[in-house]
Design a protein around this ligand. Structure first.
Ligand SMILES: [Zn+2]
Length: 327
């Protein structure tokens, strides 16, 4: 057999404008860099992707709201900066956007993945394909960009009477947009706060509550733990209105039972090396074409389309039958 898949010729570099206004040139990643993604230790610390993104950033054209990061040197004990831009200091919206664009630059926008149906009476595999280039992107507003540039401190006044101890005056909350550092802290301390995760997620963003304390402090932690849930929601909603970045939540639908499921784009090695991931899938069962007709009844509201290769439907079953084949 000599019918190899034709290669798509893609430009080797691409200039991207991130949601905050940061403009950089990215290049495709290389084979040696795929290994970094598979490195579990790095993956757990969240630095694998960061180093990859750094190595693939060739040039910064516009520092956007990060002017103060020009010439940045990490403090002692902090990870070294790979490349011309310290991605660890960038906001989450820019990081996930750049990560997505890095994948598109290297492998194009087509992304195939498999999920399992959540319906307990179904549990069938859902093969799906999405074009990453079509994901909606929310830019940072000019006003928010200015706040980020001036130190990343967003102010929210919770009206008087909503918070215990603040009956006659508003409770002033200062929070920041999550950055790569926030994420690093999150992965490090998640275990410690596993019983107080809701509080911890707020704590990662809230830097100060006037009259209570600044982060880090037990006082602030206890205060957040003691907030009424609806007030916490009010704060979360405000944070959400200032968010930016690419929409990484994808709606998919099972073609057997129509159950809709939301999945997050996983920035894992399968995402960054699609063919390697495909090879790990088990060989399709060619006899199983019984469900082809049902494929047309997919909810038009659901995003894009399921992949039309019904042969893959039984892949999960095959996997459990033959655990040795996925090595
Ligand atoms: Zn289903």
């Amino acid at each position: 057999m000599n019918d190899s898949t034709p290669i798509t010729i893609r430009p080797r570099t691409r200039i991207i404008t991130c949601p905050s206004g940061l403009v950089v040139t990215l290049r495709k990643y290389k084979v040696r860099e795929e290994n970094g993604l598979a490195n579990e230790h790095k993956a757990r610390a969240g630095t694998g992707l960061e180093d990859l993104l750094g190595a693939c950033t060739l040039e910064v054209h516009d520092w956007g709201p990060y002017q103060n990061l020009k010439g940045y040197k990490p403090a002692k004990g902090q990870p070294a900066v790979v490349g011309p831009f310290p991605w660890r200091k960038a906001i989450q919206g820019d990081r996930s956007y750049a990560m997505m664009l890095l994948r598109i630059t290297t492998h194009g926008g087509a992304y195939e993945f498999d999920e399992t149906c959540d319906n307990v009476t179904c549990k069938k595999p859902i093969p799906w394909e999405v074009n990453l280039e079509d994901r909606p992107v929310q830019m940072l507003s000019p006003a928010d960009r200015k706040i980020l540039e001036e130190g990343n401190r967003f102010k929210l006044e919770v009206p008087a009477g909503c918070v215990e101890g603040f009956d006659d005056r508003p409770c002033v909350v200062w929070y920041e947009l999550a950055t790569g550092e926030t994420e690093a802290v999150m992965s490090k301390k998640k275990a410690k706060y596993k019983e107080r995760l809701s509080m911890f997620v707020l704590l990662l963003r809230i830097v100060e509550v006037e009259g209570v304390g600044k982060r880090p402090s037990t006082k602030l932690e206890d205060f957040l733990d003691n907030l009424d849930s609806d007030v916490a929601d009010f704060i979360r909603a405000d944070m959400e209105t200032h968010n930016c970045g690419v929409e990484t939540t994808i709606r998919i639908q099972c073609q057997h039972c129509d159950t809709v499921k939301q999945v997050e784009v996983p920035f894992d090695s399968a995402f960054f090396s699609p063919q390697l991931a495909k090879k790990q899938r088990v060989v399709e069962d060619l006899d199983d074409l019984e469900d082809l007709d049902e494929m047309e009844t997919v909810d038009p509201e659901a995003e894009v389309v399921p992949r039309t290769t019904a042969q893959e439907d039984h892949q999960a079953e095959l996997e459990t039958q033959d655990p040795g084949s996925s090595s």
